[in-house]
Write a protein that binds this ligand. Structure first.
Ligand code: GRF
Length: 262
């Protein structure tokens, strides 16, 4: 049997998705992976307690401190960026307009992402799962952690059926729009927001007179199962990136039977 992949998680909040993934590793629903660390940009994120309860080491990413530093000495934040950070390149690869504010934002991201790269190195992490992590990872991090575009290693769960309703408020936006079918998407992370190759999606029907609370709660339950299955496929090495005739990179699932015979 292959060695287990070392999984890291990043969270910002309650961490119910993280919990589902931790449980799935513990009960061998994900048999080829194990959590080695969990990071957060928020000191009080409950997901950190979930990780600690499962004896998984945790770390905090210093977005808050670095943002304060940038505020107190504007115009100098670039002096703290990693030696191999190239602002123009990061700007070009992002979907951000070229403004002073965005340049500063990318510097802040690179400084914290340098810390993140070191944490992941420390635990020899093979795969990173974003589970309600409310920050964007820039090309500085992505190009270093997953240098081979054919072998992505960062997964995210998005609370909508991509490419509909990108951004942080998938449930609220879809509910307001009046959709009759909603769902969630697990995808690999690329340089842009919620646009990476889709691994899997799951959907549910909106009920008559459903409240936003119930709409969200039912969606979240779908997310847990979806994320467990997607991470399991990744850990089993059953996901392949192919380029389709339109030039788009998409994910193909390798059926278990064929995989077993390889
Ligand atoms: C989920 O809806 C996820 O799709 C989104 O943020 C939420 C996190 O929830 N990215 P939890 O922290 O996993 O409970």
């Amino acid at each position: 049997m292959n060695r287990k992949l070392k999984i890291a998680g990043l969270i910002s909040g309650g961490g119910t998705n993280l919990q589902a993934l931790i449980d799935a590793c513990a009960n061998k629903q994900i048999y080829n992976g194990e959590f080695v660390c969990v990071g957060s940009d928020k000191l009080d994120a409950f997901g950190l307690t979930r990780a600690k309860n499962a004896n998984i080491p945790t770390f905090i990413l210093g977005y808050k401190e670095i943002s304060s530093l940038a505020k107190s000495s504007p115009g100098r934040i670039h002096l703290n960026t990693p030696h191999d950070f190239k602002l123009e390149e990061a700007l070009k690869k992002s979907d951000l307009p070229d403004t002073e504010e965005n340049r500063k934002r990318l510097c802040i991201r690179a400084i914290v992402e340098y810390q993140l790269l070191n944490e992941l190195k420390k635990y020899a992490v093979d795969v990173l799962v974003l589970a309600g992590f409310m920050r964007i990872l820039s090309s500085y991090f992505l190009d270093r952690f997953q240098p081979d575009p054919a072998k992505p290693k960062v997964l995210n769960i998005h609370p909508a059926l991509s490419p509909s309703f990108p951004g942080e408020h998938g449930y609220e936006d879809a509910y307001d729009y009046g959709v009759k079918v909603h769902g969630a998407t697990v995808h690999y992370v690329d340089h842009r927001k919620d646009t990476g190759p889709i691994i899997d999606q799951s959907c549910y029907k909106r009920l008559q007179n459903e409240t936003i609370e119930s709409f969200k709660a039912r969606g979240l339950m779908i997310e847990w199962e979806l994320y467990v299955n997607a991470l399991n496929l990744h850990c089993e090495n059953r996901l392949k990136i192919i380029t389709n005739p339109s030039g788009r990179r998409i994910v193909e699932e390798i059926p278990r039977k064929i995989f077993a015979n390889r």
